[in-house]
Design a protein. Structure first.
Length: 342
């Protein structure tokens, strides 16, 4: 854990030099005593945070971290649940605008709605950080007090493919010369889902492997859907399935339940990979019940989002084409999993 904290802080500090303009201090988690806030609670003004839905495992960790950092710094923070409903989220943004918040941090329900979101915050002149769901550079270019903080989703896909290539038989368990997989996808409207789906397989084909897609189904980032899809596919394709790619860990946790119920054993007769490094997934990687996962670094992203928000509040503006700030993903295997466990 210590190693990981040092690594995460190092990453945040090094990124802060290049990315978010004149930020006087590196982002720190609320637990760091050297960064104890001296402002009274709420003294620095009100920040509105819109989350696409609270009922999402990864975004729960993310929003709690974000809220903690902001409160520690002396902001009044209001976090609202969009319930996966863009109309509702638009109303929430309008309410924050009417209330005159200092800044907004928005995790859009649908990136296709980004134009409308951006035009609302631009008209109101509110500095805004978008998180987790990346709009296009074109969409963002119309407002210079707007920045996106997230990750390069292609990288997480590539890492998933590499996790499979690093196994003993490089994913070809039955030795028939091809890697047969099922893909359990997140919400396909989402760029993370699209790019993870594409790049996980691309890593295999780039390494010269033949691949066979037995099935691709949308599981919308949801554990229950992951379980159902894997259960149906295991019943239909049985031992043909060598690899289960899940666009996130929550769906992988569901898939693992189905894998175990079908009497299959991960890392012996089937491989399973996810993304996020949720605590539950880290435990399964450590126990050998997941082949690996990819850290979607909520702490660094939340720290970076706050740093960028403060930069905007201090007058930083962004030029078109320079409005996406990325935090690196990290591959998690049984060898390094202990570094990430709390
Ligand atoms: C992804 C994450 C998923 C889900 C999604 C929501 O980055 O891996 O678990 O939280 O964001 O947009």
């Amino acid at each position: 854990m210590k190693k990981y904290v040092a690594l995460a802080l190092g990453l945040v500090m090094s990124l802060s030099l290049v990315a978010c303009g004149p930020s006087p201090e590196p982002s720190q988690g609320p637990a760091d005593p050297s960064q104890q806030n001296t402002d009274a609670p709420g003294e620095k003004g009100k920040i509105g945070i819109c989350i696409y839905k609270f009922d999402d495992a990864f975004m729960t960790t993310y929003r709690n971290t974000l809220e903690g950092i902001l409160k520690e710094k002396g902001y009044e923070v209001v976090v609202v649940d969009g319930n996966n409903d863009q109309v509702k989220q638009n109303e929430q943004i309008n309410t924050f605008v009417t209330q005159g918040v200092e800044a907004l941090i928005i995790n859009p329900v649908m990136t296709s709605a980004a134009d409308q979101i951006i035009s609302t915050v631009k008209d109101a002149g509110i500095p805004t950080v978008l998180i987790n769901r990346e709009p296009t550079a074109d969409q963002m270019s119309v407002y210079d007090k707007l920045v996106y903080v997230g990750c390069d989703a292609a990288q997480s896909g590539t890492f998933q493919g590499e996790l499979i290539l690093e196994t003993e038989n490089q994913g070809d368990i039955n030795g028939d010369g091809k890697i047969s997989y099922i893909m359990i996808q997140g919400d396909p409207e989402n760029i993370d889902a699209k790019l993870r789906t594409e790049y996980s397989v691309k890593a295999l084909t780039d390494a010269g492997k033949e691949v066979e897609e037995l099935d691709l189904q949308r599981g919308d980032w949801d554990r229950n859907k992951g379980q159902e899809i894997a259960q149906n596919d295991l019943a239909k394709f049985g031992n043909q399935i060598e690899v289960v790619f899940c666009n996130n860990d929550d769906m992988a946790m569901g898939a693992l339940q189905a894998i175990q119920a079908a009497g299959r054993t991960v890392n012996k007769d089937i491989y399973l990979v996810g993304v996020d490094a949720l605590d539950a997934a880290l435990n399964e990687v450590a126990n050998g019940n997941m082949t690996g996962t990819v850290l979607n670094d909520a702490k660094s992203q939340a720290g970076k989002a706050v740093e960028c928000m403060e930069g905007l509040l201090n007058g930083t503006t962004y030029a078109p084409g320079e409005q996406s700030i990325y935090v690196d993903y990290v591959k998690v295997t049984p060898e390094n999993v202990a570094d990430f466990q709390g």
